[in-house]
Design a binder for this molecule. Structure first.
Ligand code: 6PG
Length: 224
């Protein structure tokens, strides 16, 4: 294992500690709590670390910040990543809520998914976000036609035509993503250093949607 791998694993374990503590704190006063996670390639070691935590998982609802509109067993499916790396061991008891339907397009399924998401026990204890090299977070892409809608709507989810593949996606709206006790930004790699610096620097939310959430507590986890 390289020192980069070790650093990322250490980061993932500390992040899992933080998320477990935030869930435990909310579980002390609520019967059901909500965890929102992101997909992509970064979270895998975090999911593996979190899955081992001794939490009352049957009281924890888990959903995604965004999803690619692909089959459940597709390599690009964020739900597949969650099922294979988080919902294993003790965490298999959690209630997972996917963001897809059998419809051919996210536009056709978005109403049903919004109803599903709206029924979850908000506010979330934690929303874990990632960020792409192009500055997108969840599927809030700086260059997508749907960004203004996703930032302004009171609906729970928005169908998105992303500028990168897979293009058909669905994202939680900014209103849902903002509704959390704690936000976490989890990023790894030198390429993400610049994006992180921009996020904490100056651009407005239209250019870097993550800035929508920066008026709230946000824990930043970055490793090379
Ligand atoms: C997705 C994710 C997305 C992710 C970033 C970072 O489905 O694409 O939820 O928002 O957090 O794209 O992706 P990487 O971890 O692969 O760099």
């Amino acid at each position: 294992m390289t020192s980069i791998d070790e650093g990322r694993r250490y980061l993932a374990e500390r992040l899992a500690d933080t998320v477990a503590k935030a869930l435990e704190a909310d579980l002390a006063s609520r019967e059901r709590v909500l965890l929102v996670v992101s997909g992509g390639s970064t979270p895998k070691p975090f999911f593996s670390a979190l899955a081992t935590k001794a939490l009352p998982w049957s009281r924890i609802d888990v959903t995604l910040a965004d999803e690619r509109w692909v089959a459940d067993d597709d390599a690009d499916s964020n739900a597949r990543l969650v099922r294979e790396t988080l919902l294993v061991g003790p965490a298999a008891e959690a209630r997972f809520h996917s963001l897809t339907t059998d419809d051919d397009t996210p536009e056709a399924g978005v109403e049903a998914v919004s109803a599903r998401v709206a029924s979850l026990p908000w506010p979330a204890s934690v929303v874990v976000l990632g960020m792409g090299g192009d500055g997108h977070t969840a599927s809030l892409f700086p260059d997508s036609e749907q960004l203004a809608t996703a930032l302004e709507t009171s609906e729970a989810t928005v169908a998105v035509h992303a500028p990168s593949v897979p293009q058909a996606r669905i994202t939680l709206s900014a209103a849902r993503l903002a509704d959390a006790h704690l936000h976490v930004l989890h990023m790894t790699g030198e390429d993400k250093r610049r994006v992180l610096a921009n996020a904490l620097g100056g651009d407005d939310a239209r250019q870097l949607p993550i800035r929508t959430f920066l008026s709230q507590p946000i824990a930043t986890y970055w490793a090379p």
